[in-house]
Design a protein around this ligand. Structure first.
Ligand code: PFF
Ligand code: NA
Length: 436
């Protein structure tokens, strides 16, 4: 059977945006931003998205479109020796990320349901904390993890066009519309102006004093949020049938993903400030605890909460499918397994790997630290070294396609890939490990 391709250019872009926009923007971004001092983190992160994130998307795009293969096959075709094994790293990373991603997505489904059936009534943070305890661990958590994985498996089993492309055409516009509505509401809240000040006034002193922490956190977040370092963008670009302008597509993806992250700040921080909660206590549960108690205390909080948590669930789904697709495309291309059994088998394996996370949040920290702090960054480093130093001619040739006049952009891109990405990643890995 011929390998599938996207039906439309919009389908490809929406799928990539759907992958990028997810828990990273909505759950991880606000709590990390809170942890590292608001605006100082924001500005470092924005710089990284532009300087290393955008070129790194193109690295994956050129590999995927060149080979029309899954990441393992693609690296084997383009590289020799050890390079051909680098793709394996992506498979491992994909398993780990998807397993905890699905558990956390399940929390959001659960909170959406709580909002619908009971509403958010716990203004006392201690009670909200207790609720988070029951949501985040135990048998029910496992059930929601299973439900979420079933949705992911269903979409991937249906294929590139009928599964991924069709679903993202609904999900991505829905996410954007809901988020714009929420941000407009955030604007009307009492805490809005204090929140904007906290979020937007850059504080270079804080960056200078804490750069050893801010730098690796911002770099890790930049890769995570753009779905880089584990072959998602390689896989999605491998379904491109014709030669389009990859740089334009990468620009749209990076811009929309960043816009969503920034907009989420415009929702979350006003909500917190209007009930007097200081962001920055940090931790994966903090956002749930503080938001549920905030939703209990502001007008329209119930609807706001249901829409917010529901939107995050959709965003998580459109990202999770891209991770499963990497693993499934590997089995289809390399092992010759059919799509439906491949989706089911990998999905079940991922589900099992996620089980420990539903038992103890320690595993969430462990998986997240391993995946985001080390594996994704390492994956991006290898890809940058490979394209920048081993096959720069191939990269440049691919980038050139569909662009009338690349001008000096080709060189600028190759050098951004050769040096800045490599330096930032190595420094981040070093600082991250020292810190750990
Ligand atoms: N980009 C996604 C987010 O921000 O939630 C997370 C993600 C998806 C990371 C796919 C890595 C990946 F391969
Ligand atoms: Na993201």
């Amino acid at each position: 059977m011929a390998r599938e391709t996207w039906a439309t250019r919009a389908g490809f872009i929406l799928a990539a945006v759907g992958s990028a926009v997810g828990l990273g923007n909505i759950w991880r971004f606000p709590f990390i931003t809170g942890q590292y001092g608001g605006s100082s983190f924001l500005i470092t992160y924005l710089a990284f998205v532009a300087l290393i994130g955008f070129p790194a998307i193109l690295v994956e795009f050129v590999i995927g479109r060149r080979t029309d293969l899954n990441p393992v096959g693609a690296l084997r075709e383009l590289g020799s020796g050890a390079w051909s094994y680098a793709g394996w790293l992506f498979v491992v990373t994909g398993f780990i990320i998807l397993s905890y991603y699905s558990v956390v997505a399940g929390w959001f489904l659960r909170y959406t349901l709580i909002g619908i059936t009971e509403g958010f009534t716990l203004t006392d943070p201690a009670e909200a904390e207790a609720l988070f305890g029951t949501v985040s661990t135990g048998l029910d958590t496992l059930l929601f993890h299973a439900v979420f994985m079933l949705c992911v498996i269903g979409i991937i089993a249906a294929g590139v066009r009928r599964g991924i492309e069709l679903s993202v055409k609904v999900m991505v516009p829905a996410i954007l519309v809901l988020l714009l509505g929420l941000a407009a509401y955030g604007f009307t809240l009492d805490g809005a102006s204090a929140a904007y000040a906290y979020y937007l006034s850059p504080d270079f002193g804080t960056i200078a004093a804490n750069w050893t922490e801010i730098l690796p956190a911002a770099a890790g977040q930049a890769f995570f949020t753009l779905s880089l370092g584990m072959g998602v963008m390689i896989t999605y670009a491998s379904y491109l049938g014709e030669d389009r302008n990859l740089a334009a597509d990468a620009g749209i993806i990076a811009t929309l993903d960043t816009l969503v992250a920034v907009l989420v700040g415009f929702v979350v921080f006003p909500v917190l400030f209007s009930v007097g909660i200081e962001p920055g206590t940090g931790g994966p549960g903090a956002i749930f605890v503080s938001l549920t108690s905030a939703f209990a205390g502001i007008p329209g909080g119930r609807i706001l909460g249901v829409v917010f948590f529901g939107m995050v669930g959709i965003a998580a789904l459109s990202s999770a499918i891209s991770i499963l697709e990497v693993l499934v495309s590997y089995l289809i291309d390399e092992v010759g397994v059919a799509r439906i059994p491949a989706s089911a088998a990998v999905g079940v394996a991922v589900f099992l790997l996620g089980v420990p996370v539903t038992v103890d949040l320690i595993f969430l920290d462990l998986y997240d630290l391993l995946a985001d702090g080390i594996l994704l960054v390492l994956g991006s480093l290898l890809l940058a070294l490979f394209v920048g130093w081993v096959i720069p001619h191939v990269g440049r040739e691919e980038l050139q396609k569909g662009i009338a006049d690349l001008g000096g952009l080709g060189d600028a891109w190759i050098w951004a890939v050769r040096i800045p990405i490599v330096i930032v990643v190595i420094v981040s890995l070093y600082l991250g490990i020292v810190d750990y």
